[in-house]
Structures are given as C-alpha cells and as structure tokens.
Write a protein that binds this ligand. Sequence first.
Ligand code: NOJ
Length: 755
Amino acid sequence: MKSLYIIPSALLAAVLLVTSSCSGSSLKGTSTIGSTPEVEKRIDALLSKMTLEEKIGQMNQLSVGGPVENYAEAIRSGQVGSILNDVDPARLNELQKIAVEQSRLGIPLIVGRDVIHGFRTIFPIPLGIAATFDPDLAREGARVAAREATSTGVRWTFSPMLDIARDPRWGRIAEGSGEDTFLDSEMAKAMVRGYQGDILDSTSMAACVKHFVGYGAAEGGRDYNSTFITERQLRNFYLPPFKAGIEAGAMTVMTSFNDNDGVPSTGNKFVVDEVLRDEWNFDGFVVTDWDSMGEMIAHGFASDRKHAAELSINAGVDMDMMTLGFLGELKKLVEEGKVKVSQIDNSVRNILRVKFLLGLFENPYVDPSKIEAYTEENLLAARKTVEESVILLKNDKGTLPLNDKSIRTILVTGPMADAPYEQMGTWVFDGQAEHTATPLSALREKFASTPVRIVYEPGLKFTRESRQSYPEVSAAARNADVILAFLGEEAILSGEAHCLADLNLIGGQSALLEELHKSGKPVVTVVMAGRPLTIERDLPNTDALLYAFHPGTMGGPAITRLLFGDVVPSGKTPITFLRTVGQVPLYYNHNNTGRPYDNNTLLGDIPLGAAQTSLGNTSYYLDYGAYPLFPFGYGLSYTTFSYSDLSLDKKQYSEDDTIHISFRLSNTGNFDAEEVAQVYVRDMVGSVTRPVKELKAFRRVPLAKGESRTVTIDLPVKDLAFWGLDMEYGVESGEFQLMVGGDSRAFMKVNFTVK
Ligand code: NOJ
C-alpha cells in the first residue's frame, strides 16, 4: 500500500507548511522531511499517552541478531525504538509484531542497516559511484538498494556518507564521494532521493546523512582521529553536502566519532543544535554513531555515561546507537533537573515523525515471499554503474579496446581476477559472493564457444601475498597475445578502521606486473581498490590501465565490456591521485600560496654546495614537485574530445542573475562515447583567500564519433556564495574566472565580474 506522504519539493514545501501554532510541535516552518499538520497531530496524540520510560525507550537503538527471545522483553516493555543488524524478514516480522501487538502503545520499530552501496546487488563503492559523475545513476542505484532492503524489512539505511576526504590513507575514503564539495552534494541529493523514493511508500528507506561532521578530515588519515577544521572551512567545504542532503529530504543524520577542535560531534551543540536544527530547520532525527556517546568518556569530554548522555541530549541528539546511555541515564538526569522532559519530548517527536512518514504504523510487516534480490533489472543497473565509473588512466598506442578478432590467447592474472568477495569492497554485509561475476568468469563466458583461449594463472592468491618469482605466469605470458592483470586491494584493506600508511600496490603485485611487462606482450592492468593507490611506479609496466575501484556484483561483465569496447570508459577521478603518499593532502581546490609553484628546480638539478636562498622559490616538494599523478576530474576515453568556443552571455552579472555558459564539445576520435564536461570558477580576490578553482557544474555529454555539439550550462550567480571574513554567507563583488574542460586543469578560460 502506498502511503499518502510525499517528499518535499520546492512546490510542495509551500503546501506542506507546518507551523508551531497549528501542531504544538517543535516545527518552526516548513518540515524538511515532509511532515503535515495531520502527522503532527498524530505525534502529539501518541506522545500524550507515553510514560517517561516509554519516551526514553524510543530513543534507544539496539543491535540484534540471533533468537528473537533475546530481545523480546526489551521491545515488549517499550525500551527499544529501533534495531539494527538483522535482515531476516521472518525474524524482523516477529520482532515488529512484539512491538506493534504486544507493547503497551504498539509503536513500530524502525529497522536500520548499513546499506552502503547496495543491499544484495552490490554497486561500486561510493567513491566509484562518484567517479561516474552521474547523479541519476547514483539515484537509481540507491533506489535498487532501497527496494531490495525494504523487501526484507529494513526501512532505514546509514547512508549516504558525505564526509569530504583529502587523505587516501583514511580507509573510509571508499565510502564517500571524494574530495569535492559540489560533487559530494550532487551525489548526496541523488542518493537521498533514491533511498527514500519520490513518494514515501513501503519501498522507502530513510536515508541517514553521516558522519556529522568533519570525520573525513581525521588527522593523519587514521580513523576516529581528531579533526581541526575551522568554522569557515566547515561551512565552506564540509557542511554543504549535508545541507544538500537535508534539502533533498534526508530523514536522519548520524553524528561522527571525531572531536573537532576539542568537541566530539555527539556532544557538539554548535553543529547539531545550532546549525542543523536552528539554521537548517531539520526536523527528522539525529542518531549517534555506534557508541559515540560512550566514547566521549575516552575522549576525555564526559566523565561517565551519565555525563555523556547529558551532553548528547543537550547537543540535540535524539537516538543513542549502542551506548545505552539514554536508556540507562536519562530518567536520572530528568530527576536531577539536568535534562528537561520537553527536550525528551522533542526527540521523541522527531523519531515518531519519521516512523509515521515511513508508514510504519500502517505497514509494519513485510511479506517474506516477496523478497527482491538480484533481479535482471537490478543487475543491469549495477553493470551500467560500473561501466560509467571505471576510469581509463593510461592507454598507450590505443591498446584498448582489445580486438577479439585478432586475439587467440588471453592470459588472465592477478589476485583480483577471480575474487568474488573482495571485488564487492567494504561495507558489504548482505551481498553474496556466489552472486558476484568476476572478470575471470565474465571473460570465460564471453569466449565460451569461440576459438579464444583464456589461460588463468593468478600469480598471487591474494593481494598481500609476495613471491620470489613467477615462473608459471611468465611462461603463460610469453604464449599470450594479451595479458590482463587484475590487481588492487582486498575488501578488508579499506573501510572503517582500515587505514594504510603506504599506498603502493600491496604485496608482490608490483613485482608481478614488472614480470609480466618483461614478456613484451601487451599488458592491460585493471585495479580494483577502495582508494586511489599510488600507482606511479607501476605505470611503466603496463600499456593500459583501468581503475575500477571495488566494482561490486557486476564488476566482471562491466569490465569485460569496457575492455572489448562494447562500452567506452567515461569515469573521472573523484579525488586527486597522488604520486606518493608524502603528498597528502593534495587537492585541486586549494588556496593559492603567496608563492605559487613555478616549475622550480627539483632535487637532481640542485648543484652541490648551492647557495642557500629562499628567493625565487615556491610551494612544492624538491623530490616530487607540486603536481599529482592524475588531477581531480581526470579520465581518458577510447576517443578524443576537443573543447572550444567558450562564451558567457554577459561580462557582468548581479547576484540574482544566472550565467549562461556555452561551449563547443567535439568527439574527434573513432568511438561514440560520453564525456563529463566540467565547469570551474575562481573568485579572483575575496575578503578571505579563495580556492584556485572550484567545481560548480558538470554535464555528461554523449557524442557520436565526429559529432560536435554546443553545450549550454546555466550557473546561478548565487552558487558562487561563500562564508567570508565576517562569517556572512554571500557572493562578493569583483572579478571571477570561469574554466571549462575535461578535468580540473580546465584550460578554456573566460573572465566575468559580479556587481
Ligand atoms: C559505525 C560506523 O561509523 C557507521 O558508519 C555505521 O553506520 C555504524 N557503525 C553502524 O554500523
């Protein structure tokens, strides 16, 4: 049954206006999650019947698994508002039945799960999804995940992760959209809309934008570490994706583990209460990360669990994931006068609002005979996402696409060639390896009834293995027409708590590639990894390289289609690829120094006994210069594109104007293909120094070979606003430069002014 509630859009927002006077609720204006006066009345009616204990129970989330009896009594007595980590539909129905039919007020549970890049059908890791620069695909993928997960009873995902990350050592870089605020914001909106659907119905899975906030800036790239982000940086870089997610209707927010400038997020009144609630009017609910309330004790911010609970609720947190701090301490805190019942009421309202809007009161159960998983449609959506996400980073002498007419023997090698579990990547609890199509299986299938021979010699059993020599691989390489090497990282080497200090290909993989190269046969490398690895040393040993991140269930068929030109690569780097880990952090939208890099002398060119002077020197490394291996937004194609004729409709704009950008894009090569055209803007002089460029728009443009097209993009001037010296948000008058191109080096430039 479809419920009546509709996700807010600009139009509906006006209709759904809810004011505090009509509902007596905490809503101050338009509901960000689409509540209505009718819903607010239902919340108030229910709240008026609840005891303090029952209210506190709603604010408690419990991880479950195993026999229902273990949790039955807690749920029956109203001590649990939400559960996570069970996906068995029969058991979830039973647990829900206890809540709905055996607890005093019959309030349904909201069932949460980390559905991060697919439920059963696994899509590329979010960093790979971001590489598509295709929010429509991201939305479709989230919809698939929502349909599959909700069919088992999961109605809440802890996704999307919107943490801006500039440090590939951080394992969780895999889970986000990379380094750019604009790309991240576009993906945020798409994923929230995909999870929740256009209309809230039984396939809607509440999104949870996380981790609020700054978690991706963990010092040293070590997970859970402290961050030191200034308020201006927070507002200009880290908060906008969250705001975008909230504006798209995200129903929940998760606080992060890190302390920023000394304040752990779960106790951070400024970010939760002030920014999220007061400035953005968010009226869904805020959940802690797993025990992040309790962890404030280890941080040295709370003296004990009671203190941690007090700090959390006073910061504006509504639900406690696994500290049992609200359950165990809130009543005492109320009795001691440290927490007001009205605060608890607000939190419960926020939680009930989401439950009502999701239709859980009407439809608490699922039909276990109608589980959706791995349908043809879902697998196709996953395959298409991989096809758009894989990035072509090298293609010497047109090695790719391979021509299956001229190949007789293919050597398939490397530890990721047939690693169904590993290619799914991090945060996969429900995708099943037996449903994963690996490159080896896809290649074997493609050439099953053809004269082409697939020879499989993995060389290394897993990515961390090292060997002295690879005689069997070398022998096979000599007899092959082409070598396909599948390298990368196992799933467990990225993700939460899985950070690395060395970003080179791990184990014996680089040595294996070197060995393959010695055969003199064309080598094509496919990297499947959770982060941008430092592959500079490997590039000379391969003729072509496709970067696939961890591609998920349909990695094999998609990569096979890319290798043989059934589809042309169009992915772009969502994060700067470094030459060496020592360059961290290196990101495209940095500020300029007073001494910008100017091709200065490198280590080898400095004479012995050189005079010591800083004059004429600039900001760079003596050993590695100033540039990355591949810049943000980069990716080759089997064809070539040319950009020309950039023009704007005016030279001067006012703040309310829209800039009409136009340029010519031509496919000058031999393949029909898609190009991700990118628009960057630099604010030349600001009240505070401004980034050398910032991505402001992108467009996927399909072009047949030989085709030329005029591309037009509208950019509202208000999108150039930022938090300036006085901490006011706005566009500052002055000169701007707009740049267009196929990556962040965007060479076509035009200037304009804003008055
Ligand atoms: C901890 C992780 O940080 C968070 O992202 C996740 O959603 C929760 N655990 C629940 O599994």
